[in-house]
Design a binder for this molecule. Structure first.
Ligand code: ATP
Ligand code: MN
Length: 295
């Protein structure tokens, strides 16, 4: 196969390069397959990232090579890739079209991470997040119990939460909020309070940032609600041995999961899920809800 291939997407011409290069050696998953994944997942993924400027995590030599976080849009970006402010920098890429997403895939930007705030309202979070990290000896199945408890409490408070795998080790919970008064301080404080409530009842849960306090426990990372923090976007690939994806889940499938394998999805499986289930996070985009008062 030729090394460079020109494609036209919605009138924009892109040169795709190194298509045969294997980026995930254990899975023999090539750059062409990465690009094809992002092309096909775009309808589900784009609405979740289009109004914010993702940080690109690039692995041009594959998952075992050098990995770099890129907040600023590469200077050679096409003129049809707009830029905006995010993640503390001016000139971050706006990824709001199929062509732009295929362009970042061609840069081997395997992961895209976003803030909880849109680029035109960087002080106003549109979600509160809980990043559930299993410490040494714990697994995503331990995170599952924590997620289900947090969800139950949130439901009692009248708010809907959404859940996805991180595509790596843990789970991410997201509570959409639509409130011009919301701030990073309020979402962070709320997440910490709920985490502490759970920590008091469950010795296998910690809200302590210190890594040596986490063995065998689930760390509820409430600090992901901070101003410049990012979280991997729904449907992003991860830089792991296999092309696993940060995968939106139903609460029912989380309840029924018994092994980590039940909660591990690679690119092809995620495309099939979206074909059958649609975007399980679609309602997060339109739900109008506010954080309740914490009693
Ligand atoms: P896991 O399930 O393994 O925890 P994760 O995506 O939740 O996967 P964390 O280590 O919990 O990963 O990190 C949370 C988030 O912090 C990441 O998704 C990423 O957006 C951000 N982050 C981590 N490391 C860096 C870094 N070096 N530079 C910028 N942001 C980072
Ligand atoms: Mn995490």
């Amino acid at each position: 196969m030729a090394n460079g291939t020109d494609v036209a997407i919605d009138g924009k011409v892109l040169r795709l390069t190194n298509l045969d290069k294997i980026l995930y050696p254990e899975a023999s998953f090539t750059k062409a397959e990465v690009i094809d994944y992002y092309r096909r997942i775009a309808p589900a993924m784009l609405p979740h990232i289009a109004d914010r400027c993702p940080t690109l995590v690039r692995a041009p030599d594959g998952v075992n090579g050098e990995v770099f976080f890129e907040k600023r849009c590469p200077s050679h970006h096409p003129d049809w890739v707009a830029t905006g402010q995010a993640n503390g920098v001016q000139g971050a890429c706006v990824i709001d079209s199929l062509a732009a997403l295929v362009w970042t895939a061609n840069l081997a930007a395997l992961e895209l991470h976003v803030q909880q705030t849109p680029r035109n309202a960087l002080a106003t979070p549109t979600a509160m997040v809980f990043d559930l990290d299993p410490g040494d000896g714990a697994t995503i199945i331990d995170c599952r119990r924590v997620a289900l408890q947090l969800r139950a409490w949130l439901e009692q408070l009248g708010v809907t939460a959404f859940v996805k795998t991180s595509g790596s080790k843990g789970l991410h919970l997201s509570v959409p909020i639509s409130d011009p008064q919301a701030t990073h301080e309020t979402t962070k404080r709320f997440a910490l309070s709920m985490g502490q409530l759970l920590e008091q009842r469950d010795p296998a849960v910690t809200t302590n940032m210190a890594k040596d306090q986490r063995a065998g426990k689930v760390f509820i990372d409430w600090s992901q609600n901070d101003r410049h923090k990012t979280t991997v976007a729904p449907y992003s690939l991860r830089i792991r041995a296999y092309p696993t994806v940060s995968t939106p889940l139903t609460w029912a499938e989380l309840e029924h999961a018994t092994t980590p394998e039940d909660l591990r999805f690679v690119a092809g499986e995620v495309l099939e899920r979206v074909d059958h289930l649609g975007d399980l996070w679609a309602d997060a985009l339109t739900l109008l809800q506010q954080l309740p008062e914490l009693g």
